[in-house]
Design a protein around this ligand. Structure first.
Ligand code: CA
Length: 229
């Protein structure tokens, strides 16, 4: 993938850029928000790896600009553990995934790889169906009534959990534990944001509904009259 990587800590930036290149990516590094915006104006990228706390204009500004572009790059946001408000703002602004600093290099590479996996072909297919939804677990792709639903990797993971156990109630803690590897990478607000985003993306009369089970968690219900899609 062609990646724009924005990070003001130059040592970390050098280290991460080298690892991304080692994984076969083409990487352009910028150290502040203003020059990141300039790079976005002259070039197009498949992915954006973005430190939120930047000198110049903020990472959130960069995120908003990137997300107005077509095709829009997938975005992995990097935030410090204490920057929960930034993380929430970033997810609301459309970031696809996030990683808290400090992170292990393998984890960053895995997240980037998972962002790139979208839309790529696979030979064997495994399809999970429910309502008008089709989940292709090999390609990590979802269609609704034949139309592709654009999901971030975490949104996909969340949906896959529900689709694979229809009618089951999941607690927030269980969902968190299955989606995020490290406990400090999430909080309940983050899970709520992902649920909200999934609900929005799955709207429509025949779409499955993610219901809230008060005081416990969430459940996915499929519409009773199943449309053929
Ligand atoms: Ca920073």
């Amino acid at each position: 993938m062609k990646i724009l990587y924005v990070e003001d800590e130059t040592d970390l930036a050098r280290h991460v850029a080298r690892a991304l290149k080692g994984a076969g990516h083409e990487v352009e590094v910028r150290h502040d928000g203003t020059s990141a915006l300039a790079a976005l104006k002259v070039d197009s990228f498949d992915a954006l790896v973005l430190d939120v706390n930047l000198p110049g204009c903020s990472g959130l500004e960069v995120l908003k600009t990137a997300h107005a572009m077509r095709p829009r790059p997938v975005t992995l946001m990097l935030t410090a553990r204490s920057e929960i408000n930034d993380r929430v703002a970033g997810l609301n602004a459309g970031a696809d995934d996030y990683l808290t600093k400090p992170f292990a290099m393998e984890e960053l590479l895995a997240r980037v790889a998972s962002m790139g996996r979208r839309g790529q072909g696979a030979t064997a297919e495994q399809i999970v169906q429910g309502g008008g939804l089709q989940l292709d677990t090999q390609r990590r792709r979802v269609t609704h009534g034949g139309q592709t639903v654009a999901l971030s990797p975490r949104e996909y993971d969340l949906l896959a959990i529900f689709m694979q156990s229809p009618g089951r109630v999941f607690t927030r803690d269980e969902l968190c534990g299955r989606i995020w590897e490290r406990a400090h990478d999430y909080d309940t607000r983050t899970v709520e944001i992902y649920i909200m985003r999934l609900r929005k993306k799955l709207s429509g009369p025949d779409a499955p509904v993610i219901g809230t089970v008060r005081g416990f968690g969430y459940i996915m219900n499929f519409p009773t009259s199943t449309p053929s899609a």
